[in-house]
Design a protein around this ligand. Structure first.
Ligand SMILES: NC(=O)c1ccc[n+]([C@@H]2O[C@H](COP(=O)([O-])OP(=O)(O)OC[C@H]3O[C@@H](n4cnc5c(N)ncnc54)[C@H](O)[C@@H]3O)[C@@H](O)[C@H]2O)c1
Length: 321
């Protein structure tokens, strides 16, 4: 099979890592071009990848590629994804795949007739923990409460978007992916602390069968926390996504006399796994782990959350199959 001819769009913070992963897949991918709009990024790209063509506009290399990784700011995603789909190219787009539901509808229409792979960069789906726990989560007795925290001190990145589009989108997608009960409505409280956009948000997602997911995201926190907890009549299960540990407290004592079990899981290179999944989907003409529908569902939940933050009212969520 011919190698997939690839371009990476955007040579910023994350684009650099995507370029590294393209190079790590030289058995299946041919690294044709880096598309970076601004001179400083172009110079850095040339210095680090002397054998790769560096251009400022995707149109300059569109006939030389089969697939593209979009790693540009969120506000550019809709236009770039639309263009690449129209040109019948396979697309990997970093999250969010577009900025709102209205754009999502148009992408769905364009994608319907193109027969190409579209993958969205919801990298948080690639934790090894979910391979161990998803079945348990899918079969939890209802009701249950999920609590997800993703907060960190200010780093000055991604301030072109708010914390809902930047961070909560990962957790809203995880709720859809990991749990059987689907969202019914969303209410939220937020704060604009350092920027003119939401810097902190507490999101309450009402799920079917009296379940709920409480998501806290923030980029101006006092410390870094990334964890997920599930509480039900079975007890509590928590995953520390930093230390890569799973803790379980059930309604009885463990055989060794303790009340809390602790298990480690492997830290993995999520970006590398996303790239592998993309090439495999192209070769096998199969759906990637995170497809366009998943990306658009997450965008819908972001849209609902942003409306709830503005109106301070609960927002109804569309139904999910
Ligand atoms: N999956 C994750 O966990 C994760 C983590 C970080 C960032 N992201 C996503 O990745 C995307 C990029 O984030 P970042 O932190 O790398 O941003 P960044 O600002 O560091 O880099 C973006 C780069 O794109 C370039 N650019 C802008 N418009 C362009 C265009 N039309 N064509 C080519 N280049 C263009 C900019 O000059 C810049 O170099 C965002 O959508 C963000 O949400 C995802």
């Amino acid at each position: 099979m011919n190698k997939v001819r690839v371009a990476v769009l955007g040579y910023g913070h994350l684009g650099k890592w995507h370029c590294q992963k393209v190079e790590a897949h030289s058995d299946v991918a041919e690294f044709v071009a880096i598309v970076e709009k601004f001179p400083a990024g172009q110079e850095a790209a040339k210095a680090n990848h002397p054998n790769v063509k560096v251009v400022s506009d995707i149109k300059e290399v569109i006939n030389d590629i089969d697939a593209a990784f979009i790693v540009t700011p969120t506000s550019t995603h809709f236009e770039l994804v639309s263009y690449l789909l129209e040109q019948k190219k396979h697309v990997f787009c970093e999250k969010p795949v577009c900025s709102n539901d209205a754009e999502g509808l148009k992408l769905k229409e364009i994608a319907a007739t193109k027969n190409v792979v579209i993958q969205v960069g919801h990298s948080e789906r690639f934790h090894e923990a979910w391979e161990k726990l998803r079945d348990t989560f899918q079969n939890l007795p209802t009701p249950y409460t999920v609590r997800i925290n993703r907060v960190a001190p200010f780093k000055g990145r991604a301030t072109d978007v708010d914390v809902v589009q930047d961070l909560a989108i990962h957790d809203l997608d995880l709720v859809l992916y990991l749990f059987k009960q689907k969202p019914k409505s969303i209410s939220a409280t937020g704060y604009k602390i350092r920027t003119t956009k939401w810097d902190h948000a507490s999101i309450n997602v009402k799920l079917e069968e009296d379940c709920e997911a409480l998501i806290t995201v923030g980029r101006n926190a006092t410390r870094e926390v990334r964890d997920l907890e599930v509480i039900s009549q079975m007890g509590m299960l928590s995953v520390d996504l930093f230390s890569n540990k799973i803790f379980i407290a059930t309604n009885s004592q463990f055989g060794d006399g303790t009340f809390v079990s602790e298990e480690s899981y492997n830290k993995r290179d999520h970006l590398l796994l996303e790239h592998k999944n993309f090439y495999k989907s192209i070769q096998e003409k199969s759906s990637p782990l995170v497809n366009l529908k998943d990306g658009l569902n997450a965008v819908h939940l972001v849209d609902c959350t942003l409306k709830a933050l503005e109106t301070k009212k609960s927002e109804m969520v569309k139904s999910f199959e």
